[in-house]
Ligand binder design. Structure first.
Ligand code: PMP
Length: 432
């Protein structure tokens, strides 16, 4: 039985000085009960908490740690950059090198601007789309999360669903009115919205593989259907690849599915664990961004030399080692097959969605293809399952409405441990 007295004490203390005791809501374990674990260090597949407990990590900082924690290739690059100053606020060669590498890897990107988070990337991308088209409205999908920019906190996924606030207070009615929403995987609904708002829609933004209502993959023809609609109506198609970029393939989901958006947003892996995001796309659109064009967007720490060094090391490694993607897929497939075999033994028929090294288990026997169907999952069961896994030293995302991310540090032996823990935890969750 894992005990965490120091984490419990820290969580109590944290609540006096930090809202809810955490700096990002889902970390608080609100949806699963119990207290969050305060981490001290991590290496490879493991994180270690204040009480010295060790956890096999299947969140990997919510995606970035694709090579496992504290990967030497990234850490060495950061160490090398530090003595040269942490920030210049002036351009560097490294920014050109990473931009050129991103352009070479991601099909839609001809020019790219670095920012400091996924939120900044998506906020900036829709501003550019609005500036470029001269239109105000955007279409997003229910259960997709694009960071905490005002325009996106409408039917938002991730922590916003977990905490039951998909439409956040503090977003003005004017902003909310400009965000139209459709169910994921429902092309017809999008066509109807576009028809009803003819000539007013600047952008359609989506996660090409959704990870923020749990993992939901695009139905056959959905992405291409959106591409065709956007071409016909002069709408900017934006793929938010903050999660999927450099994870599902070196060129992200757009490369995997062979559909090229006009703009893409990136985050997570692109910084190798440092706070980095980026947005990019067609030259014609990106040249609207200041100082090339009139759409203003800036950042004191954007293109930060330490962050660029970490990102460059990570992306170079992935670009030079495409076998990483085969390894990740095989590992994840074994984990999912093991879970399916466990369910068969226990007479259960839950839904597992997987693509590449991302997956989610939903506690429903119905297929999950949008936010409504994701809500069929028994979240109380999820809470029991999560805590049973945690007790066995396996750290999952503390919400049903998140995807899990596998790293290359997960060995065959750890896959076997994971499958065994899954079996015992399903059994335990059934008993309550
Ligand atoms: N877009 C997507 C698809 C995301 O998953 C996230 C964060 N999980 C964001 C945007 C926001 O990124 P950040 O938390 O870095 O602001």
């Amino acid at each position: 039985m894992i005990q965490a007295p120091k984490s419990n004490e820290l969580f109590l203390r944290a609540q006096n000085s930090i809202p809810g005791g955490v700096n990002s809501p889902v970390r608080a374990f609100r949806a699963v009960g119990g207290n969050p674990r305060f981490m001290v260090s991590a290496k490879g597949p493991y994180m270690y908490d204040e009480d010295g407990n060790r956890y096999m990590d299947l969140i990997n900082s919510w995606g970035p740690m694709i090579l496992g924690h504290a990967a030497d290739v990234v850490n060495e690059a950061v160490k090398k950059a530090i003595p040269n100053s942490l920030s210049f606020g002036a351009p560097t060669r490294k920014e050109i090198e990473i931009a050129e590498l991103i352009v070479s890897m991601v099909p839609s990107i001809e020019k790219v601007r670095m920012v400091n988070s996924g939120t900044e990337a998506t906020m900036s991308a829709i501003r550019v789309a609005r500036g470029y088209t001269g239109r105000d409205k955007i279409i997003k999908f229910e259960g997709c999360y694009h960071g905490h920019g005002d325009s996106f906190l409408i039917a938002a996924g991730s922590g916003a669903i977990t905490l039951g606030v998909p439409d956040s207070p503090g977003v003005t009615k004017g902003t909310a009115n400009d965000t139209l929403t459709a169910p994921y995987n429902n092309l017809k609904a999008v066509q109807t919205l576009v028809e009803a708002n003819k000539g007013q829609v600047a952008a359609i933004i989506l996660e090409p593989v959704a990870g923020n209502m749990g993992l939901v993959t695009p139905a056959d023809g959905f992405l291409q259907g959106l591409r065709d609609l956007c071409d016909k109506e002069g709408i900017v198609l934006i793929f938010d690849e903050v999660m999927t970029g450099f994870r599902l393939s070196p060129g992200g989901a757009q490369q995997l599915y062979g559909v090229t958006p006009d703009l893409s947003t990136l985050g997570k892996i692109i910084g190798g664990g440092m706070p980095v995001g980026a947005y990019g796309g067609k030259k014609e659109i990106m040249d609207y961004v200041a100082p090339a064009g009139p759409v203003y967007q800036a950042g004191t720490l954007s293109g930060n030399p330490i962050a660029m060094s970490a990102g460059m090391a990570m992306l170079t490694y992935l670009n030079d080692h495409p076998e990483v993607y085969t390894q990740l897929e095989q590992t994840t497939l074994k984990m999912v097959e093991g879970m399916q075999a466990n369910m068969q033994k226990l007479g259960l028929n839950f839904t597992i969605n997987r693509i590449g090294s991302m997956f989610s288990i939903f506690f429903t026997d119905q297929p999950v293809y949008d936010f409504e169907s994701a809500k069929n999952s028994d979240t109380a069961f999820f809470g029991r399952y999560f805590n049973a896994m945690l007790q066995r030293g396996i750290y999952l995302a503390p919400s049903q409405y998140e995807a899990l991310f596998v790293s290359t540090a997960i060995s065959e032996e750890l896959v076997a441990q994971y499958i065994q823990a899954n079996y015992e935890s399903l059994q335990q969750a059934l008993q309550a």
